[in-house]
Design a protein around this ligand. Structure first.
Ligand code: FE2
Ligand code: FE2
Length: 255
């Protein structure tokens, strides 16, 4: 099913009002848990704090081309939700009395790619891959700790991320449908290459924390392949009639 940008805008506006974390409880994390997960927790916190300037610029340019002025507003709210994740994780790190991370190789690499990237397609596929990994990572973090506060933070993120993937999969479908047959085939190959490189970089950086949450390398790769396969399947599903239907509806609103 495909949703309009207005639907997503309303979804994000509503979702941000949900308070799912009880900050009255103190953090309880053992030394053993800290050794396994703290580095990754700090690195993902840093990754969630981007100002989203480049993504918003790409979305604004793209939206002007397809005449969808509401899309950048939805993207702005999506970025705000990611920043909420960064703020919650940051607040948790502060409450532990730990220092927040300022620099991390994975974050630096990703920021460089973001800086150079002005294509909505590349943005969307990258976000889909990273969000899919985030789902596995935050579930592992949830399972790797006995701290009720951290578990609630992870659950809140997991609820948001499920919608983020839907939001991005739908956009990816719309972009993909504009391509001709050979272009589609080449694109799938490039997405798969990007996917392959990203999941190995994530395992290299965060395998220890994932294993602490009982996710072995084999489990991680299997879960990631399944999620990627689902996203690729979504690109090929017959949503074209629905897309035409709501393009028609939105066109009627516009004119
Ligand atoms: Fe996030
Ligand atoms: Fe997300």
């Amino acid at each position: 099913m495909l949703h309009s940008s207005l639907f997503w805008k309303k979804h994000f506006e509503h979702n941000i009002t949900k308070q799912r974390v009880d900050w009255n409880q103190p953090p309880h994390i053992t030394q053993f848990e800290k050794e396994n997960i703290l580095y990754s927790l700090k690195a993902w916190q840093l990754g969630e704090t981007s100002d989203g300037k480049h993504l918003l610029a790409a979305a604004t340019k793209y939206a002007a081309r397809i005449n969808d002025p509401v899309y950048p507003e939805a993207v702005k709210l999506f970025i705000k939700e990611e920043q909420k994740h960064g703020n919650n994780l940051g607040k948790y790190i502060d409450q532990l009395g730990e220092k927040r991370m300022k620099k991390d190789w994975g974050d630096t690499l990703f920021r460089k790619i973001r800086y150079l990237n002005t294509s909505m397609e590349l943005w969307t596929i990258t976000v889909i891959i990273v969000e899919s990994a985030a789902q596995v990572f935050y579930q592992a973090l949830h399972d790797a700790t006995s701290c009720a506060l951290l578990k609630e933070i992870c659950t809140d993120i997991l609820i948001d991320e499920a919608h983020h993937i839907k939001f991005q999969n739908e956009r990816m479908f719309m972009i993909f449908q504009q391509k001709k047959f050979y272009n589609k085939a080449i694109s799938i190959g490039l997405y798969a290459l990007l996917f392959f490189l990203t999941i190995h970089a994530i395992w290299f950086g965060h395998g220890k924390a994932l294993q602490a949450g009982k996710v072995s390398k084999k489990d991680f790769m299997r879960q990631m392949y399944y999620k990627f396969f689902k996203s690729m399947q979504f690109l090929h599903a017959p949503h074209a009639d629905e897309q035409r239907a709501f393009e028609y509806k939105e066109a009627r609103v516009l004119f």
